[in-house]
Write a protein that binds this ligand. Structure first.
Ligand code: PAJ
Length: 288
């Protein structure tokens, strides 16, 4: 397995592979890898085939963090990431630094951004106003550097995957976007690099995000009529906030295609939520 740090080297390698007809599967990450990331790398391995190349990028992208967010303390462990990438079947880790990705930022030498203007407005986009601009910009840059045939994203970040899919469609990137299922801890908590921030009392309380999705599913299943979204939202919010460390940011019911919020909830409606456990912000989602 090869580690590449320079944009020009990565792009040169990718162009050579593509010219020779070698399939490139790509998994963009911010590192501190867990079994969720590993499942995406394994999926990319299957897509690329044994003659293809699987590239994992590890880059904590400053542009997608707000000023009050956890950029400076975002967890990192390159040696462990390296082991996990190798075990999962990656061929290349692309690990650029800030100077490679945003040359001269602040000196006026970086000034181009990619903005999706519809799906990115609600939920994560509302709570984190510059977040998706940072995500679409870095993913567009990574696609231009890595030149993937296919890129794998996790359903854990459901809105992110939809925004990327829309960007690829709107801007005609020749990349197939694959969305892989959310990998969970045995107690239901969605795996996340940020789970590391949870202390011993917050960690068991964090399962409430998953529990509330199960609760919403049960409510839909047990009702013969569509449910009023607002009433269900209030009940679920109260359920979450029974946990002393938990505070709800949003709970949204919406159509998974259009991302339009719905007023009545039925089977097939999508739920997404964000909640703080202490200072740690966690997200989860599922189909009801
Ligand atoms: P990161 O949070 O490191 O996640 C990288 C990829 O792993 C994303 O596609 C995310 O949805 C997926 N992932 C995270 N937890 C998962 C889980 N429990 N199960 C399945 N997949 C999971 O998302 C980002 O980084 C960044 O925004 C990035 C796309 C790399 C752009 O900087």
């Amino acid at each position: 397995m090869r580690v590449v740090k320079s944009v020009s080297t990565m792009q040169r390698l990718a162009r050579n592979w593509r010219r020779r007809g070698v399939r490139i599967g790509f998994v963009p990450t911010m590192g501190y890898l867990h079994a969720g990331h590993v499942s995406l790398i394994q999926r990319a391995r299957r897509i690329a085939g044994k003659n293809g190349i699987v590239i994992v990028s590890i880059y904590v992208n400053p542009a997608q963090f707000g000023p009050a967010e956890d950029l400076s303390r975002y967890p990192r462990d390159f040696d462990r990431d390296w082991q996990l990438c190798r075990q999962a079947g990656a061929d290349v880790i692309f690990a650029p630094n800030d100077a490679q990705m945003y040359p001269g930022q602040g000196e006026g030498r970086y000034s181009t951004y990619v903005v999706e203007e519809r799906l990115s407005r609600s939920m994560e986009g509302q709570s984190r106003p510059t977040h998706f601009r940072g995500v679409t910009t870095i993913v567009a840059k990574l696609f231009n550097i890595v030149l993937p045939d296919a890129a794998v994203f996790g359903a854990k970040d459901f809105q992110q995957a939809a925004v990327i899919q829309r960007m690829v469609q709107d801007l005609n990137f020749p990349v197939k976007i694959v969305v892989a299922p959310t990998v969970r801890e045995t107690d239901g908590l969605a795996m996340s690099s940020r789970n590391k921030y949870l202390d011993a009392s917050q960690r068991p309380q964090a399962t409430v995000l998953w529990k509330v999705i199960q609760r919403a599913k049960a409510a839909v299943k047990n009702s013969s009529r569509p449910l009023a979204a607002e009433k269900l939202r209030r009940e679920l919010k109260a359920f979450i906030q029974r946990q002393p460390a938990a505070r709800v940011d949003y709970i949204q019911f919406f159509d998974a295609q259009t991302f339009e919020p719905v007023r009545t909830v039925t089977g097939g409606t999508h739920i997404a939520l964000a909640a703080f456990l202490g200072n740690t912000r966690l997200i989860d989602n599922g189909t009801l």
